[in-house]
Write a protein that binds this ligand. Structure first.
Ligand code: HEM
Length: 182
């Protein structure tokens, strides 16, 4: 994944747990680079190894790290570095979710080698959205949960998310039920 993803893991760890923990996590993950370059593509293993090492060093389940990372990605990386793109995503929580299927097509202008997630969004009823997430990568379910909570927080609201199903065929496919108050 592009270095901006690994930079965000670094930001999440150093801001919440300090520089020393980050250096330990990086060393345990066997990552030799001093600084990640945001627009350089790194092997996906770098990202997954950092999450695994963070889970060990911080004594937290990988699911908790991924969820915190999803929130950080929206509220810090997204809002602070790409505020205009995030604003263009929608005027409220449900509008933003309905626009998710198109979101990364704009990002591809900045990161042309992106291998983006895919989303399908269905209204189940006026308070419930069914969110389908497809990925060429395995195991990012909890990252998506954190992202959706982060989007809710960005709009000053909350939601509950339930994983309805998760299956791996040629791609990963999760279906989430997102209950919202808007
Ligand atoms: C302006 C804000 C955003 C930027 C710049 C951005 C950019 C990126 C980048 C660079 C990657 C790594 C993929 C790669 O290198 O191949 C990525 C992955 C991902 N992004 Fe975004 N993104 C943004 C917002 C969002 C939002 C709001 C969501 C909401 C659901 C999201 C969902 C994901 C997911 C789930 C992945 C993991 C890739 C996968 O599932 O295979 N992103 N994004």
């Amino acid at each position: 994944m592009y270095g901006i993803v690994n930079q965000a893991i670094q930001g999440l760890v150093t801001e919440n747990f300090g520089e020393e923990k980050w250096l330990k996590i990086k060393a345990d993950a066997g990552v030799k680079v001093d600084y990640f370059l945001s627009d350089q593509a790194y092997d996906d293993d770098v990202t997954f190894d950092l999450v695994g090492a963070a889970s060990n060093v911080l004594d937290l389940p990988a699911s908790a790290i991924l969820e915190a990372f999803g929130k950080y990605w929206v509220l810090k990386t997204g809002m602070e570095k790409y505020g205009d793109l995030m604003k263009a995503g929608g005027n409220n929580f449900t509008e933003f979710l309905h626009n998710l299927p198109h979101f990364h097509s704009r990002i591809m202008l900045i990161y042309p080698k992106l291998s983006p997630p895919e989303f399908i969004v269905e209204d189940f009823d006026d308070k419930t959205i069914l969110l389908h997430y497809y990925s060429s990568r395995d195991g990012l379910t909890h990252f998506v949960v954190g992202l959706i909570h982060g989007i809710a927080e960005m709009f000053g609201t909350t939601c509950t998310i339930e994983l309805k199903s998760s299956e791996k065929t040629d791609v990963w496919h999760d279906i989430f039920t997102v209950k919202h108050s808007s």
